[in-house]
Design a protein around this ligand. Structure first.
Ligand code: OOG
Ligand code: NI
Length: 459
């Protein structure tokens, strides 16, 4: 057919290519990130060797093959137009905006979303996501400085012409061929590259940094350099302890819930951002200086919580922080059940249901009355597996921002979040993370019940 492109490759493949290219670039740019990857690989290998049960569980859930893939990265954008365009770039990679994160409450002048794959199959193939923040210039109090920042940002173009035209091509054709995809990955990568020459002179940089270090990071450069990448580690406490031995300065504490038998949500830590040489200004006026933005992070993910579970998490976290953190965290979370049966019974976690296929294969006949899901679970006809949390935590994100920028902690900006403004800038609504887990759970239940119904009817 005229105009019809044959052999479009899947967004999942493009996302894998892109995350690999980004990882290679970042490792070259930030050697200490390579050291972190080696540490993570060593710990994961030793965990798998020492704990055959864990290895078996990872194999069963298809996790082993994707263990070494990076789980996320982060960028910070300056304008609504940049956010709208990055949305189209990520769409080509099969990534959609999920969640709204208001960081102003923690004294960070941005709001954010996570671009990520949403369907189960895409997440299984490659869960790579990008925590994407948009600077909130309206939170800068000094009107003159605000205008300076706005003018500087208005002059930059963070996407190459090749990237823009391939996005248009993908939108028109419903995807890219392999050859176009290779070019697209190379072009899109340029947006994430580091620039050791600032677009402003040293005095302007210092002025913006004085308002907030994050403002200088967003405004003074040609593009939104990727500021960290995050592999998955099987034992984050061990990694935290081992960072120093390998010459990395670890962040003071791990963000998120304490260590548990059944991990929940997300635990994260990082090596602290490096001070890197930058040239400010051009020609005669050029001055050497430094900028601190880039770090390496590790994460360990656990069960997705229901809204009720999340409420309990937020309450316990706030309690332990009020009590000074540290040991108070483990103490506070003793009130949070730590076995899958109770977590499920109390509806604190989201699960996936599967029909018990070994019983079906053995010729057992499911009960006639299958309306009571809990009874089917109790009787072993339905099996449950906790869903993995695929999103982020605003309190943790604020902790990561602060430890890497030296921002003024807990100095909240007045006025709170502005989700409507964020969605206008984005050019559409962000998806509700809780709805995604709920729908995934419901779909798995429908499928599992259909399996049981089929077996009951055949008997
Ligand atoms: C993003 C910090 C948030 C996380 O893992 O919570 C984040 C940033 O520093 O730009 O990546
Ligand atoms: Ni992160």
């Amino acid at each position: 057919m005229p105009g019809m492109k044959a052999d479009l490759i899947s967004a999942n493949t493009l996302r894998s290519w892109f995350s690999q290219a980004l990882s290679d670039m970042y490792r070259t740019e930030v050697p200490q990130y390579g050291t972190l990857l080696t540490l993570v690989a060593d710990i994961n290998a030793s965990e798998l060797a020492d704990k055959p049960d864990q290895r078996e569980a990872l194999e069963r859930t298809d996790e082993l093959a994707r263990l070494d893939l990076e789980r996320h990265g982060a960028i910070r954008l300056g304008t609504a137009a940049e956010l709208a365009m990055i949305r189209r770039v990520f769409a080509v990679l099969g990534m959609t905006a999920v969640g709204y994160y208001d960081l102003s409450v923690a004294g960070v002048p941005v709001h954010s979303t996570a671009f990520r794959p949403v369907d189960d199959e895409a997440l299984r193939l490659n869960p790579f996501r990008v925590f994407t923040s948009l600077l909130r210039l309206e939170l800068i109090e000094d009107a003159a400085l605000r205008e300076t920042a706005q003018a500087i940002l208005a002059r930059r173009q963070i996407f190459t012409p090749g990237c823009v035209s391939l996005v248009e091509q993908a939108e028109a054709a419903g995807g890219l061929t392999a050859e176009e995809g290779r070019r697209f990955v190379a072009e899109a990568l340029e947006t994430f590259r580091w620039h050791s020459d600032a677009t402003v002179d040293l005095a302007t940089y210092q002025q913006l940094k004085g308002a907030h270090p994050l403002i200088a990071d967003v405004v003074c450069f040609k593009g939104p350099h990727i500021n960290h990448l995050t592999p998955r580690v099987l034992d984050i406490d061990r990694a935290q302890a081992a960072m120093g031995e390998r010459g990395m300065r670890a962040k003071a504490s791990i963000e998120g819930p304490p260590r548990r038998v059944v991990p929940i949500l997300l635990r994260q830590t990082s090596f602290l951002a490096l001070e890197e040489p930058i040239v400010f200004g051009a020609g005669e006026a050029a001055r050497d200086g430094t900028h601190t933005a880039r770090f390496g992070e590790i994460e360990q993910r656990g069960c997705a919580l229901t809204p009720a579970g999340r409420e309990r998490y937020d309450t316990l976290l706030a309690q332990s922080r009020a009590a000074g953190g540290g040991a108070a965290l483990a103490e506070a979370f003793r009130a949070f059940p730590d076995d899958v049966e109770t977590l499920y019974r109390d509806r604190l976690i989201h699960v996936r249901y599967t029909a018990n296929t070994s019983r079906l294969a053995a010729g057992e006949v499911p009960p006639v009355n299958r309306d009571d899901v809990d009874a089917l679970v109790a009787a072993g006809w339905l099996q449950i597996t906790p869903q993995v949390y695929e999103d982020f935590l605003p309190v943790s994100a604020a902790g990561i921002f602060q430890s890497n920028l030296g921002g003024n902690e807990n100095d909240a900006y007045a006025g709170g979040g502005n989700r409507p403004a964020f969605e206008v800038a984005l050019g559409g609504p962000v998806q509700d993370e809780f709805a995604l887990y709920r729908e995934s759970e419901a779909a798995s239940l429908r499928e599992a019940l259909a399996r049981l119904a089929g077996a009951a009817k055949a008997a």
